[in-house]
Ligand binder design. Structure first.
Ligand code: AP5
Ligand code: MG
Length: 214
């Protein structure tokens, strides 16, 4: 089962991807998490990516495509995977399709989590993220047991550098311009499904499970 999560920044892609991966026992591949881990470890990729991410811009396609195409060939992806934050441009989607076609595979589901821009900024200011394990919380909607500490791995939580309101606005502009065209792209491929991301997270997950099948 090869699944792509689409949706604006803060729509809940990461939150739902975590739940899908736990239920179907497949890996969660988040390009944003991969970049944040590289930034934390001060790698060359991390340094390059940070300069774009901090401005709310997309990292250039050439820094992302090979990384993901290699990752999905790993043994743990044999049963499928959830791609969260990739593809984000038409060239990325085409590169993924080309790589999959070469081994007779294809994307099975593209799930678009729909949330209007008005709701997003409010959500982002309350988000707390774990850079060690990638878990995501919200100070009101999904609080941790101990404030500021990840329930799953015990690491300290951060407020992401790109969650400042002015950067979030830029990310939304970039989303509408460069990523939203993927909705038509996957509609034409016959794999697009929409869910209402403004609902409670369990309701959103229920809608996704209905699409994927139990
Ligand atoms: P990335 O990390 O992918 O960020 P994003 O797409 O902007 O999305 P977010 O992670 O911000 O939001 P989300 O949809 O995962 O929402 P979440 O579940 O956390 O990318 C960051 C940057 O990396 C990009 O800007 C770009 O620079 C670069 N990058 C990454 N991939 C790239 C690529 N392929 N090409 C080029 N550049 C790339 O939820 C948000 C908050 O809401 C949380 O606090 C959560 O707890 C809460 N929440 C979730 N669901 C609900 C609900 N139903 N009700 C109430 N609250 C909820
Ligand atoms: Mg995310």
């Amino acid at each position: 089962m090869k699944i792509i999560m689409l949706g604006a920044p803060g729509a809940g892609k990461g939150t739902q991807a975590d739940k899908i991966c736990a239920k179907y026992d497949i890996p969660h591949i988040s390009t944003g998490d991969i970049f944040r881990a590289n930034i934390k470890n001060n790698t060359e990729l991390g340094q390059k990516a940070k300069s774009y991410m901090d401005k709310g811009l997309l990292v250039p396609d050439e820094l992302v495509v090979d990384l993901v195409v290699d990752r999905v060939k790993a043994d743990d992806c044999a049963k499928g995977y959830v791609l969260d934050g990739f593809p984000r441009t038409i060239p990325q989607a085409e590169a993924l399709d080309k790589a999959l076609e070469a081994s007779g595979e294809k994307v099975d589901f593209a799930i678009n989590v729909e949330v209007p821009d008005e709701n997003i900024i409010n959500r982002m200011s309350g988000r707390r993220a774990c850079v060690t394990c990638g878990a995501t919380y919200h100070i009101v909607h999904i609080p941790t047991k101990v404030e500021g500490i990840c329930d799953k791995c015990g690491s300290e939580l951060i407020l992401r550098d790109d969650d400042k309101p002015e950067t979030v606005k830029k990310r939304l502009d970039v989303y509408h311009e460069q990523t939203q065209p993927l909705i038509d792209y996957y509609t034409e491929k016959g794999v697009l499904h929409e869910v209402d991301g403004t609902k409670d997270m369990e309701e959103v997950f229920g809608a996704i499970v209905n699409i994927l099948g139990a």
